[in-house]
Design a protein around this ligand. Sequence first.
Ligand code: PMV
Length: 328
Amino acid sequence: MTTLSNNAVTARAHTNIALVKYWGKKDENLIIPYTGSLSLTLDYFYTDTQVAFDANLTTDDVQIDGQPASAKTTARVSRFLDIVRQRSGITQSAAVRSTNHVPTAAGLASSASAFAALAAASSRAAGMDLSLTDLSRLARRGSGSACRSIFGGFAEWQPGTDDTNSYAIPIKSHGLADLRVIALTTAKGPKAISSRQGMRLSVTTSPYYPAWIQTAQADLVALKAALAAADFSAIGKISELNAMRMHALTLSADPDFTYFNGQTLTIIDLVKSLRHSGVECYYTIDAGPNVKVLCQSETTEKIVTTFSKVLGDENVIVTKPGPGVQYL
Ligand code: PMV
């Protein structure tokens, strides 16, 4: 990445995968969720973002992966930078250079790593020195899941009730160093229904949304107990079930929709048959057709071999727990 100017700040943040998902906003503007969620930050996929406020610019100048960002993306980044400008008192426009470190066009670029890196770089470039809690609150305004990517390892987003108390906290874990997440890519490119739209449709039309609030809260309590006990089987079971409960909201919305494609279903079947044959693994799926498989280091090779045959080597990536946000 070329350096913008002497006062440019660069930050790196990694993506995260939610094991108990965030799905539904109580406050769409402040991004306050209905329920808490818990994720694992991953080492393999990350975003580097450099920000410099510049008196010579008349509008924000945003480039992603070396290309000028679309008008829609630039507007979203500018809305986020407006929060930083308002809090810091800075009035200048900014140059933003962001690079996603994911395999080319793998469909794995994430708003979580993007907004966590943008929050860290832009706040410091504006002269603010925020605590990790305040960075998490700020990142949340860009994309809900970004508040968890401020932290490495496991992070819990405590839903809170307003801007001051809705942020993530790190969850300590012991005995889970050999946990692996295998990312399986089935489709590339942006999804047809954004998570924002999908959540709104689920909240407003699925008759099961009230049940989701109940079960997601219970899943979170159970997951935290499983993490404290370093009980891989329980972690996997809870994560898989919670993912399917989230996707049941899309299938029961009006109009109904799904993020799955044919290969998603094939992978689900394969994970179950691997499990029945004694290879312990579990799946989880976000708002898209790609699947993440949870396993432990000793079974990784077997699972990678199985899925490489179906999807091709380039669509099977092994990831580990990753670090929190850092300045470069
Ligand atoms: O942060 P968003 O608006 O991209 O929403 C993320 C939603 C899920 O990835 C499906 C779940 C989660 O908790 O990350």
